[in-house]
Design a protein around this ligand. Structure first.
Ligand code: SF4
Ligand code: SF4
Length: 469
């Protein structure tokens, strides 16, 4: 709705509703060429290549990157992470967040413009659209045409390609959770499980919907990062900005006309910067939260400047301080804080992974009976030892227990053999003399050690229960 009507009368409830719930105007981003467009293509191809290729890599006879949910194991090349190791994943998420904070403080929304999955897949869907429907003008003309067999054929071809690409994306995504070779064979044999089928369709549908239909709406209304990233911005953060002092007053002129002589700035008001913008904004109105820093307007404007024989950079990557003629400070307190935290978390994670023992022990008390008295008058407690061999080789382990004077450990077998990457549940009993019990509940420690590697040892505490002393 155009609110200029309000100049002649007061807006009524319907006007306000129309204004607040304005129908979405479809954006037809014009294709752009230039340095940043090439960088964006390189970034999109690299990231998509990694996404679709890494899932096929093999390592030690298994998939190199696999989140095996049924087995609760996460394979990252040579590293196998167990549920006990999820602290590392938490640490890595903290690192990812800190990296994003640091990157945003330094480079603004470059992540959004070049590496965000929404941008990467939307760019790909736009390429497919241009390939089928033609450039911006042709797309606009086609959409204005009434439905015909010709229009139906073009639209159907585009959607078939979009859906095929989206489903392949969904298949690849599920391949990070179910070995992709098995998944591929299951698809060929039409024997895919219900969950895999659901997630392939769900992720495929999400890709098709977000990159094909919603596009800039995701960035504008759904992405939380767009909302809080301004908290990380300051006057020294890199932004895409129009140089108002140089560009204004804007206006059309013939090529070769001296703009200063004609009382004009360098902006010829051609609107190219708006036409190439994937979020449909006019950067000349200043920094807006919809701007994803994709730099399409920089390339678009630079090509205009070149045609007019002007210096490039009327729209450019710059900082608020630089626009005001002040010096940009790269190293500032928030950069030191984010970098320091990032380095500290990275160092802690690296150190703990380097010193991580590939062994774990859980002690589970028998819940059916607190304790029992044996025929010899000893107090007995029953436990199950859950021995987890997180190593790549089989180990035999010995077990010991202490904490009470004269404590006896009774085990069916003196050694516990556990294959690589396996878990063994072993029942054990502890017996102690009543006279040695100073309380109804006393701490005991189980120690597990690999026979072939004394460095591979772990202790786990539990309680020994008995009658009141
Ligand atoms: S204003 Fe420029 S940098 Fe920002 S989203 Fe639009 S084209 Fe990209
Ligand atoms: S592309 Fe450059 S010259 Fe054209 S309207 Fe935008 S800022 Fe002005």
């Amino acid at each position: 709705m155009n609110f200029t009507r309000a100049a002649t009368r007061q807006p009524d409830a319907q006007d306000i509703e129309e204004f607040l719930y304005e129908k979405r105007q479809k954006i037809y981003p014009r294709e752009v060429h230039g340095l940043f467009a090439r960088l964006r293509v390189a970034s999109v191809l690299t990231l998509l290549g990694l996404y679709y290729a890494v899932v096929w890599l093999q390592w030690d006879g298994r998939q190199a990157l696999l989140w095996d949910l049924p087995a609760r194991k996460f394979y990252v090349f040579g590293l196998v992470l167990w549920p006990q190791d999820f602290v590392y994943l938490t640490g890595m998420l903290v690192m990812a967040s800190l990296s994003l904070f640091l990157f945003t403080a330094l480079a603004g929304r470059l992540w959004c413009g070049y590496a965000c999955p929404q941008t990467v897949w939307t760019e790909t869907f736009l390429w497919i659209e241009r390939m089928i429907e033609g450039d911006r003008q042709r797309q606009i003309r086609l959409d204005k045409q009434p439905w015909s067999l010709h229009k139906l054929r073009i639209k159907a071809a585009k959607h078939v390609l979009w859906i095929a690409f989206a489903l392949f994306t969904g298949f690849t995504f599920v391949g990070y959770f179910t070995p992709i070779r098995e998944l591929g064979s299951a698809i060929m044999a039409l024997s895919m499980g219900p969950w895999e089928t659901f997630w392939v369709l769900f992720y495929g549908f999400a890709t098709y919907g977000n990159a094909g239909w919603l596009r800039e709406q995701v960035c504008k209304y759904m992405c939380p990062y767009a909302r809080f990233q301004s908290a990380m911005f300051d006057e020294d953060t890199l932004i895409v900005s129009y140089d108002e002092r140089r560009g204004e007053p804007r206006g059309g002129r013939r090529r070769g006309v001296d703009p200063r002589g004609a009382g004009l700035g360098d902006c010829i008001d051609c609107g190219i910067c708006v036409q190439v913008c994937p979020t449909g904004i006019d950067i000349r109105k200043g920094l807006q939260y919809e701007c994803i820093s994709c730099s399409a307007c920089i390339d678009g404007c630079n090509s205009v400047m070149e045609r007019m024989g002007y210096e490039p950079g009327l729209i450019r990557y710059t900082t608020q301080h630089s626009l005001e003629g002040r010096k940009t400070r790269v190293l500032r307190p928030r950069i030191f804080i984010y970098s320091g935290l990032l380095l500290a978390v990275a160092a802690i994670i690296a150190l703990s992974i380097a010193t991580r023992l590939p062994i774990a022990l859980d002690v589970i008390r028998d819940r059916k009976q607190l304790f029992r008295e044996t025929d010899e008058g000893l107090i007995e407690n029953v436990y199950t030892l859950r021995v987890i061999n997180m190593d790549k080789v089989t180990h035999e382990y010995g077990v010991a227990a202490d904490g009470i004077e004269g404590l006896a450990l009774i085990l069916d077998t003196p050694r516990i053999a556990v294959d690589a990457g396996q878990i063994e549940n072993v029942p054990v009993r502890l017996r102690a003399d009543k006279a040695s019990l100073r309380a109804r509940s006393m701490p005991v420690t189980f120690t597990l050690n690999a026979i072939d590697n004394p460095a591979l040892a772990i202790g786990e505490e539990s309680r020994f229960l008995g009658p009141a002393p």
